[in-house]
Design a protein around this ligand. Structure first.
Ligand code: NCD
Length: 308
């Protein structure tokens, strides 16, 4: 049984196939409208979500399947003390595939221990968010035409931002990808990513504090929200939350073809005026999230059927 817990669970070839499938789905949605007739997707979300849960549901409905699930730990038996592994053993009796989001790092991996269906990690604490990465890769590949030869600025909460951790892991597999890591001192990328992922693979990167300094050199700017829910105290969050605000004025420093991505939700880090800049593609990115999740559901179910 194949699951998706980390972006590295897919080889580069498998990832390329998945992105091609997503592009075909975008062009020919009708061809896939009954591909999952009679199948069910469970969404088990122990943490808030708008895009990830609803794009998973939209993806399964667009494939002809149906959806069930819960959108908060309080409304599931987690509130009674049930373990994630036990819940997943039960969900396996009700659904063909499951997407799980949980505040604890490693929870999705634990879920696979008793699952009899493919499990998709829809975010585990401050650790990984592989389907956001698939969304980001499809956005970059579709709008830039490549995943190699890119200088990518990652800006904001690089410490707790799981989307950034997963994206770095995935992008280092393409040639000549350089990172500009833009964050305040307290929100720098965790040591395990710097040492085990970047340094170990000889990836070129610089760490900066000023966004203005980085902007002229970037092919892509990936903005992130300061992850309020992962702070130990409110005071630190308040001090950090408006550290970066991308404005139209700052966009003048960037190249004509630099794209701005953001996994969303946005809080204050991108001024609303930037939405009208053709380089701002974060709402398009959310649309790509549906196509890529359709491709992922199809692929994992195909692999399951090959095994069973
Ligand atoms: C991200 C997440 O949940 O990590 N959101 C999303 O899934 N699009 C980013 C965030 O919450 O800041």
């Amino acid at each position: 049984m194949r699951h998706l817990i980390s972006p590295l669970d897919l080889s580069v070839e498998e990832l390329d196939d998945l992105l091609e499938l997503a592009k075909d789905i975008e062009k020919n949605p009708k061809k896939y409208a009954h591909a999952c007739d009679g199948m069910k997707l469970a969404t088990c979300f122990y943490e808030p979500s708008t895009r990830t849960r609803l794009s998973f549901e939209s993806a399964m409905l667009s494939l002809g399947g149906s959806v069930l699930g819960f959108a908060g730990a309080d409304s599931s038996s987690a509130a009674k003390g049930e373990s994630v592994a036990d819940t997943m053993a039960v969900i396996s009796c009700y659904a063909d595939i499951c997407a799980i989001r949980h505040p604890k790092e490693g929870a999705a991996l634990v879920a696979t221990t008793k699952a009899k269906i493919p499990v998709i990690n829809a975010g585990d604490g401050g650790h990984q968010h592989p389907t956001q990465t698939l969304t980001d890769l499809l956005t970059i590949s579709s709008l830039k035409g490549r995943l190699d030869n890119l200088t990518i600025g990652l800006c904001g909460d690089l410490k707790f931002g799981r989307t950034v951790h997963s994206l770095i892991n995935a992008l280092i597999r393409y040639s000549n990808v350089k990172f500009v890591l833009i964050s305040p001192e307290e929100l720098k990328i965790p040591d395990y990513i710097r040492e085990e992922v970047l340094d170990k693979n000889n990836i070129e990167y610089v760490e900066l504090e000023r966004l203005e300094e980085a902007l002229p050199d970037l092919d892509l700017l990936y903005m992130t929200r300061v992850q309020k829910e992962r702070f130990f105290n409110e005071e630190d969050y308040v001090r950090m939350k408006d550290f970066y605000i991308l404005t139209s004025e700052k966009m003048k420093l960037a190249r004509e073809d630099m794209l701005v991505l953001h996994p969303l939700p946005r809080v204050n880090e991108i001024a609303v005026e930037v939405d009208d800049d053709p380089r701002a593609v974060y709402f398009k990115q959310a649309q790509y999230g549906v196509y890529v999740r359709m491709a992922l559901i199809l692929t994992l179910l195909k692999w399951r059927d090959e095994v069973c």
